[in-house]
Design a protein around this ligand. Structure first.
Ligand code: PMP
Ligand code: GLU
Length: 394
């Protein structure tokens, strides 16, 4: 009998982190692995942010911070929400956490009772489903199609709603599909929700700046949705700060205060030095990090052009984030180099073992026909990786 709880025994390991660990292991064994599995910018944190962190250490920021974050940081977040998203939040509506991942976990913890349903348009970000399950919620996966750029339609939303629906969680720009919901598309989903006033929307906007098509749209911008939308964001992606572990929410006051209460018993709040650095990051206009977005855009064109030369890779055009999510189901049932490919996990593992390229199976994102390829890697790495993939499949 295991000593461990059913809670953890029933939980999946994060596939993105597991693949990154596997790639690291193989590299340590001397294999030349190109890692396109982890969603992590390959840039360094900008110097102006690093300087702020150094200053914070010298200024003796070493004590516990307020559980929901330094007031100056919450003010910077309020400024950011107004400046970038035209959203008005007050101090009581902001909670800073140890990454957007913890922000999401807090929301699940304070919102879900056993059996509550959470609608997850597929493909969804890898951790949504397990976070919901840990808090005894039921993920309701709604399959979207590549033809519709993997976006949820109002009809699909309507059909997925039941009396048990508590929330809908989505990301835009989307990890893993790169899809970006326009204001009109969000409005159409909000129109459906007008008939269901108790459903809360969790709008994960962590990739908002990595958008190649134009305006970012927030669900909370609609007056009739503001009081029941939790806007999740963080600095991991746009500021290349994954390891600093700072995320945040803007939310209705009762939800934010509940997250504060939960966090007060679980972590006491996020790291003090990282919080000080993020004050500096968020007080600067997003144009300070535009060079990274410009580079991601170049890489997107590059990887799409290259992938489209491989037979059996069906891609749509991702409009944001730094992922492509090709459908590779044409390979299912085939044997390549003596390896039978039955599903996306086999395919991804085959690429790792035979092409030395790490990707992530779409199964982890709720779509078993695709794999996720992160192009947060140098152009040379992208060119070499796709060359290897093409050769091994030829
Ligand atoms: N949401 C999405 C859509 C993500 O891709 C990630 C991955 N970093 C997160 C949330 C969590 O980000 P973090 O915890 O690093 O702030
Ligand atoms: N969010 C990133 C990804 O999807 C980082 C890994 C993780 O947090 O799971 O790869």
């Amino acid at each position: 009998m295991s000593l461990l709880s059913n809670r953890v025994l029933n939980m999946s390991t994060s596939a993105t982190l597991a693949m990154a660990a596997k790639a690291r292991e193989l590299r340590a064994e001397g294999k030349d692995i190109i890692g396109l599995s982890l969603g992590e910018p390959d840039f360094n944190t900008p110097d102006f942010i690093k300087e702020a962190a150094k200053q914070a250490i010298d200024d003796n920021y070493n004590s516990y911070t307020p559980v929901d974050g330094y007031v100056e940081l919450k003010e910077a977040i309020i400024t950011k929400f107004k400046r970038d998203n035209n959203l008005d939040y007050g101090l009581q509506q902001i909670v800073v956490s140890t990454g957007a991942k913890q922000s999401l976990a807090n929301v699940a913890a304070v919102m879900l009772d056993k059996g509550d349903e959470v609608i997850l348009p597929c493909p969804y970000w890898v951790s949504y489903s397990d976070i919901v399950k840990v808090y005894e919620g039921i993920p309701v996966e709604v399959k979207t199609s590549i033809e519709n750029d993997f976006k949820l339609t109002p009809e699909q939303l309507e059909a997925a709603i039941t009396p048990k629906t508590k929330m809908i969680w989505y990301s835009s720009p989307c990890n893993p599909s790169g899809s970006v919901y326009s204001k009109e598309e969000l409005r159409a989903l909000a129109d459906v929700l007008q008939n269901y006033p108790n459903i809360v929307v969790v709008s994960d906007e962590i990739y908002e700046h990595i958008n190649f098509v134009g305006e970012h749209a927030s669900m909370a911008q609609f007056e009739d949705m503001y009081d029941r939308t939790v806007t999740v964001n963080g600095v991991s992606k746009a500021f290349a700060m994954t390891g600093w572990r700072i995320g945040y929410i803007g939310a209705p006051t009762d939800i934010a205060r509940a997250c504060n209460k939960m966090q007060g018993q679980m972590t006491s709040g996020a790291n003090c030095i990282a919080q000080r650095a993020v004050i500096t990051a968020l007080n600067e206009p997003p144009s300070r990090v535009q060079y990274m977005i410009d580079e991601f855009k170049v890489r997107r064109e590059l990887i799409l052009d290259l992938l489209n030369t491989i037979p059996g890779f069906v891609t749509n055009e991702p409009e944001g984030a730094f992922y492509v999510f090709p459908n590779i189901s044409e390979y299912f049932g085939k044997s390549i180099k003596g390896v039978k490919i039955e599903n996306a996990s086999d395919f991804s593992m085959f690429l790792l073992e035979h092409a030395n390229v790490a990707t992530v199976t779409g199964e982890a994102f709720g779509n078993p026909d695709c794999i996720r390829i992160s192009y947060a890697a140098s152009q040379e790495q992208i060119i070499e990786a796709v060359k290897r993939i093409k050769e091994v499949l030829a």
